[in-house]
Write a protein that binds this ligand. Structure first.
Ligand code: MN
Length: 224
């Protein structure tokens, strides 16, 4: 678990992303955080991050998570991120690594359903429970065959059958930040980003170039 690849990709003089602090493997806490960041970079994706041994293990999920157990979502493993990244919502300058708008789409705790997380990661089969605001219940990340020459980094994120499984399209139904209630366009507007580009990551029914829309009026309308 090293933050070197994370840091090598970024210029912290230019990007507001946290540089991060190294933590020893001893930094074990009873509660482990998870975060999902909606990221309107070159391509829209959802960064799924699980705290483990002082870093955030990270996967980029192009379509975002699905609550439907029959749906498998591709999750490309990316470099470990610092724990501080879990609170990052804002704009990475265009031209920088991952340039675009970042939203904290969901956040909470996760609990491994396996005795040995390290072994489960090696094996490519990690079962866990999420206690988030949007995502709950039992999930699995399963490593799959290489996808486009990315041997070993392709995983599938799948919901297990439990009371939180559903056919609701959660990414369309719950498009707002769990820490600020903002849409991508509003974050871009507030933080000096590209509002037009960010808005393409918001549901079409809510696209108003960052216009403030009362949350109450949006209920039940966010289906696309
Ligand atoms: Mn990303």
């Amino acid at each position: 678990m090293s933050l070197d690849p994370y840091r090598q990709k970024r210029n912290f003089q230019v990007s507001p992303e946290p540089r991060g602090r190294e933590r020893g493997a001893a930094a074990l806490k009873p509660r482990l955080q998870f975060v999902i960041q909606k990221h309107r970079a070159t391509q829209l994706h959802y960064d799924f991050r699980l705290e483990f041994r002082g870093v955030l293990l990270s996967w980029a999920v192009p379509k975002g998570p699905s609550l439907d157990p029959s749906v498998k979502r591709l999750a490309m493993q990316v470099e470990d991120h610092p724990l501080e990244y879990g609170g990052f919502e804002g704009v990475i300058p265009e031209g920088e690594y991952g340039g675009g708008t970042v939203m904290v789409w969901d956040r909470g705790d996760w609990v491994p359903e396996v005795a040995d997380v390290e072994k489960a990661l090696e094996k490519g089969d990690l079962k866990f429970t999420l206690h988030g605001k949007k995502l709950r219940g039992s999930w699995v990340l399963v490593r799959t065959r290489g996808y486009g020459g990315s041997e070993g980094r392709s995983w599938l994120l799948i919901k297990h059958r439990d009371q939180y499984a559903s056919t609701i399209d959660i990414v369309a139904d719950k498009p707002r930040s769990v820490i600020s209630r903002r849409l991508l366009a509003q974050i871009a507007r507030d933080e000096g980003g590209n509002v037009t580009k960010a808005a393409t990551g918001d549901p079409e029914t809510l696209r108003r170039s960052g216009a403030k829309v009362p949350t109450e009026k949006l209920r039940g309308r966010a289906k696309t």
